[in-house]
Design a binder for this molecule. Structure first.
Ligand SMILES: *Cc1c(COP(=O)(O)O)cnc(C)c1O
Length: 367
């Protein structure tokens, strides 16, 4: 057990990791699995590391209920490289791609696709980005190469409760960077699901990509090797040296999730954590105002404001000594944001809820 002091970490990403995982990593840092070396010092072609990759993939398959219809890739370049890889691999011929634009990240994904070919922004909730559009608001192209959406909008704090429904035969592509494995989902609805690891899966430096295998047939010839889904799938993500340490830590996080009961259990915990903070907002008599419309609220990123920027500054100033870290809102929207991903413990959320409940009293001059 560590005796190091740890704060309540509400950072948006790279974000908190489960303490049990960090302790496990620490315990085997100098001698991994009897090899007499760190996993960082081990060949990516070694038997020991091969097992790390295999177990990580198998555990991800168990958690998501993946069948053999989907391939699992561990790639570098973060979620942002997927903004380029998705159109490069899936948008063949003259087809266009539809992007449901619900926040800064989906906008970024759209812009990348727009640079390299034909793309349409559909169902945009710009400029406030405070909600998820209804199915009927989205003007889908029945001939689109795919429909891309962002399941959780990290910056604005909105989240889809299900998936948009693309026209029949059009694959669904999802950037799930900030809510992957946070609740049960029906993976059979997804053509591609990708996530940068540093919010809900592990450390920065890796993205997990799940691709339906029939879509790999679309990959055109002549792509740079590292952008080629089909090649990466053939080589089982070992075309070149993968970020071995990041893969290993992601593997430990997946085991932690399985041990605690998988997606159903983490989904319940996440729902309870989010409810605690939204109750604090809704019960504050207007002291706090949530950014997202109630039916679009995220269970991962709780965004809120106070009446003035000065009050927000004071909130942050007082949060520090209470060991509440990472609460500043994204620079593009301001305000406050509590990121409460899978690894953020209930006790941390409780501590923040108590601190928030005490806010009006602190401002009332009683303190
Ligand atoms: C953080 C984030 C990204 C960017 O991830 P990188 O790994 O830094 O490229 C993309 N999409 C969403 C939804 C995010 O939350």
């Amino acid at each position: 057990m560590t005796t190091t002091k740890r704060v309540h970490n509400f950072g948006a990403g790279p974000a908190a990791l489960p303490l049990a995982v960090l302790e496990q990593v620490q315990a085997e840092l100098l001698d991994f699995s009897g090899t007499g070396m760190s996993v960082m010092e081990t060949s990516h072609r070694s038997k020991a590391f091969g097992q790390v990759m295999e177990e990580a993939e198998a555990d991800l398959r168990t958690l998501l209920g993946l069948s053999d219809d989907h391939a699992v890739l561990f790639l570098q370049g973060g979620a942002s490289l997927q903004f380029s890889m998705v159109p490069a691999n899936l948008r063949v011929g003259r087809a266009s791609a539809d992007y449901v634009v619900t926040g800064r990240w989906s906008q970024a994904a759209f812009k990348e696709a727009d640079k390299s070919g034909s793309a349409r922004a559909v169902g945009s909730t710009e400029p406030s980005f405070d909600r998820i559009p209804a199915q009927g608001e989205i003007d889908f192209d029945p001939e689109a190469a795919y429909v891309h959406f962002t399941s959780n909008n990290t910056i604005y704090g909105t989240q889809w409760s299900g998936e948009p429904e693309p026209p029949s035969g059009v694959p669904l592509v999802c950037d799930a960077s900030s809510d992957v494995l946070s609740r049960p989902l029906d993976i059979s609805r997804y053509g591609v699901l990708y996530a940068g690891a540093q919010k809900n899966l592990g450390p920065a430096g890796i993205a997990v990509v799940v691709v339906r295998k029939d879509l790999l047939e679309r990959t055109p010839g002549g792509l740079p090797a590292l952008l080629d889904y089909r090649l990466m799938a053939e080589k089982r993500s070992l075309y070149n040296t993968p970020p071995t340490f990041a893969v290993y830590v992601v593997g430990q996080v997946l085991k932690w999730l399985l041990d605690l009961g998988g997606l159903t259990e983490i989904g319940k915990r996440n729902e309870a954590k989010a409810a605690l903070l939204y109750d604090a907002i809704d019960g504050s008599g207007g002291f706090y105002r949530g950014h997202a419309q109630p039916d679009s609220r995220s269970r991962m990123n709780v965004t809120f404001r106070l009446a003035t920027e000065d009050l927000e500054k004071e909130f942050l100033k007082e949060a520090g000594p209470a060991d509440l870290a990472g609460l500043k809102g994204h620079r593009s929207v301001g305000g406050l944001r509590a990121s409460i991903y899978n690894a953020c413990p209930g006790e941390s959320v409780q501590a923040l809820g108590d601190f928030m409940a005490d806010g009006p009293r602190r401002r009332g001059g009683a303190g």
